[in-house]
Write a protein that binds this ligand. Sequence first.
Ligand SMILES: Nc1ncnc2c1ncn2[C@@H]1O[C@H](COP(=O)(O)OP(=O)(O)OP(=O)(O)O)[C@@H](O)[C@H]1O
Ligand SMILES: [Mg+2]
Length: 277
Amino acid sequence: MKSIAFLSHKGGIGKTCLSLNTAVYLALQGKNVCLVDHDFFGPSLSTFVKPNVDWINEYIMGDKKPEDVLQDQSDAWNLPGKLILGFANPMAEAVQHIIRIDQKTSMRMLQNMLKLKKVLEADPYNIDYFILDSSPGTGFTTVNAMLISTVNIFCVKVGNADINGTSEMIAGLTRHLENKVLVLANQVPASSLDTDEKQRKLGELIIKKFKEKIPNETTYIGAIPTDIDMQLVEFETAYETLQGFPPKRIVHILEKPEHIFSKALIKYLPKILEEIG
Ligand SMILES: Nc1ncnc2c1ncn2[C@@H]1O[C@H](COP(=O)(O)OP(=O)(O)OP(=O)(O)O)[C@@H](O)[C@H]1O
Ligand SMILES: [Mg+2]
């Protein structure tokens, strides 16, 4: 089983969309995938899928069994492979609880996630890819996600709010791990990517910056443009919610495969999988 964490220095870069769409892509290819919302500070997987299982918080605190917190989404989305989801609790009290936990409890959370990995690898789950959607920044949920995974996908928006911070984050957190580092730029202006030369130059500059301080194997994957249609879909579905309709979010690879975000991700996923090995 391969284990992958999506990470970023700043929030809103696209970790949740990227990790969920990657998980769905793999399940569409017939792979067995488990995606866990490991962003206990700002959970959001449950904004895409309504959970009908207990929160993963209850498993990591030792109160529930794995089968109580894992939701099989494969039939609902008609996926040839398994897609198992684990949801972090977005209620304010649950987030406050996580913020206040001590180091001993965070170690217990880590141990329980490592146990979950073992469970997922075996029957009846037989998971091929275990994916963690982490919190932004360098808090303990991020550190734990990195300790649980072997491949770290750092998502970066090419802006001065996160270029230096991402570089520091990669240097500070990966230096002592043997994790493979992949860098995926997201929400880059399309006009900055409209020629192969611009794409190549951007990749060269990013990788030079991020490799400065670390010995880890670091690979630049590519840049996903800002998808105006995706922003429009988010706005329209939120507008419906404001009008009183049930909230819904779109999984682009499943429902909007022709959109720029889906096409770009589909272009880069084979390279990501090749790097994961
Ligand atoms: N390439 C893109 N083009 C346009 N919009 C995008 C793109 N990628 C992500 N978004 C939008 O950006 C917003 C943030 O995405 P997402 O929630 O996946 O980020 P995140 O890194 O998980 O954020 P957080 O750190 O808050 O959990 C969403 O509204 C999403 O639709
Ligand atoms: Mg997120």
